[in-house]
Design a protein around this ligand. Structure first.
Ligand code: ATP
Ligand code: MG
Length: 424
């Protein structure tokens, strides 16, 4: 036998027994985003490498060490998208969506980062993202945060907290960075190698360091929020006011900077304590400079991304995962005539009973073997057609998960029975 070929480390199959949680999550998000007037956009998985270098920033974990970058057959440098914002902005500029227009967009799909695989951290992972363009006020920032809060509620998730911060304007950020560099210079011996390197090129990245030895030093560093310009301060205060108005609680987290360079003003993360170290399930912020940086006209923008694997794990962990997506009914047929009658019946039921999930048994076999399969399918009901039913022109219905009696019904009554069954 030939050797087995395995999946790539950090890239996982999502098997049918888990997929129903994904589907519930995806359809809940789609409904919710739609109800706020957001429209879906779909972008390619591959983009030119420069797109990510120019947007995410050269001196970031993603661009320095996590991208899947390769040359294609033409010698062009391409990268599997590590996130969705850059591609979304590129698509909007390229398709002329940003000229004096307002857009509320969402997308979802796989992202790729060459990280060390562990619980909640994979090399192919899925994100659902939201991006808005053309709105500069704190009202849209608030809408994003409220929308995510309502999503957790719809999914029955309680154990999450909101951390929020402001990174100010680029001017006030530059002034703050000088203060920060002075602070780290005074403690240069306590910095790790990565941080020494970033001290000149991107000092704020040091605040995002995952190295535990740096924790103390980072904790005492000066914070952006003490250096905000007047406009950013007002933006932030009004945003917090909106959140107060609808009862959304938050912690102001002055060290929150996010792992991508393009953020300014609002940044936020939703964090849970139920998943261990990888507890951030959603993160986002404002990126007013990015469109211009990628060659478009200056356009304010705000967005966030949700980590789907972490959400699925949370739904499993907290026991609010939806039930398995079992069929309502399984059609058991014994005998040639029964098989043709059953084939027609199931075809007409699929039209006349909208929403019906019914599995048709294939491959014949005894009642016993067919009932075993019906049971395994998770179906609540068996529809049965055998010699008796053919002779009498009826269909038998047998509840598989209760002690209720089996009954024989006419074709019309089966339809009514199933219509009612689905409603309950
Ligand atoms: P982290 O600090 O955990 O590395 P990040 O700042 O790199 O996260 P973002 O780029 O903001 O994350 O991505 C948004 C969300 O996508 C994260 O909050 C997380 O839920 C999810 N995510 C990011 N990287 C991964 C990964 N490698 N595997 C699974 N989910 C991920
Ligand atoms: Mg990361």
């Amino acid at each position: 036998m030939a050797g087995k070929i395995q999946a790539i480390r950090g890239m996982h199959d999502i098997l049918p027994e888990q997929v129903h949680i994904w589907q519930t999550l995806e359809s809940t998000m789609q409904d919710l985003f739609g109800s706020y007037g957001y429209q879906e956009i779909r972008m390619p998985l591959l983009e030119k490498t420069d797109l990510f270098k120019r947007s995410i920033g050269e001196v970031t974990d993603i661009v320095e060490k996590e991208m899947y970058t390769f040359e294609d057959r033409n010698g062009d440098s391409l990268t599997l998208r590590p996130e969705g914002t850059a591609g979304c902005v590129r698509a909007c500029i390229e398709n002329g969506l940003l000229h004096n227009q307002v857009h509320r967009l969402w997308y979802s799909g796989p992202m790729f980062r060459h990280e060390r695989p562990q619980k909640g951290r994979y090399r192919q992972f899925y994100q659902a993202g939201v991006e808005c363009f053309g709105m500069q006020g704190p009202d849209i920032d608030a809408e994003h945060i409220v929308m995510t809060a309502r999503l957790w509620e719809r999914l029955g998730i309680r154990d999450v907290r909101l951390e929020i911060n402001s990174l100010g304007s680029s001017k006030s950020r530059a002034e703050y960075q000088d203060v920060l560099v002075d602070y780290y210079r005074a403690h240069i011996n306590e910095l790790d190698d990565d941080s020494v390197r970033r001290l000149e090129s991107n000092p704020m990245r040091i605040l995002d360091s995952k190295n535990p030895d740096m924790k103390q030093l980072i904790a005492s560093a000066p914070v952006m929020i003490d250096h905000l310009d007047e406009e950013s301060k007002q933006h932030f205060e009004r945003l917090l006011g909106y959140l107060d108005d609808v009862g959304i609680r938050y912690d102001i987290s002055p060290k929150l900077v996010r792992g991508l360079d393009y953020y300014g003003k609002t940044v936020f993360e939703w964090i849970t304590d139920s998943l261990g170290a990888q507890g951030t399930i959603c993160a986002g912020g404002r990126f007013d400079g990015l469109v211009e940086q990628l060659g478009g006209r200056k356009t304010p923008a705000m967005g966030f991304a949700i980590g789907i694997e972490r959400m699925v794990a949370l739904l499993e962990e907290t026991g609010v995962a939806p039930g398995k997506n079992s069929p309502h009914a399984y059609l058991v047929m014994v005998g040639d005539e029964a098989q043709s009658a059953g084939f027609k019946l199931v075809d007409s039921l699929r039209t006349s009973v909208p929403g019906l999930k019914i599995v048709m048994h294939c491959g014949g076999g005894s009642y016993k073997s067919q009932f075993k399969k019906a049971d395994k399918s998770g179906a609540s009901l068996a529809l049965i057609i055998g010699d008796d039913e053919i002779a009498n022109g009826v269909i038998s219905i047998k509840p598989l998960r209760s002690d209720d009696d089996q009954q024989q019904l006419s074709h019309d009554d089966v339809e009514k029975y199933l219509q009612e069954f689905i409603l309950n």
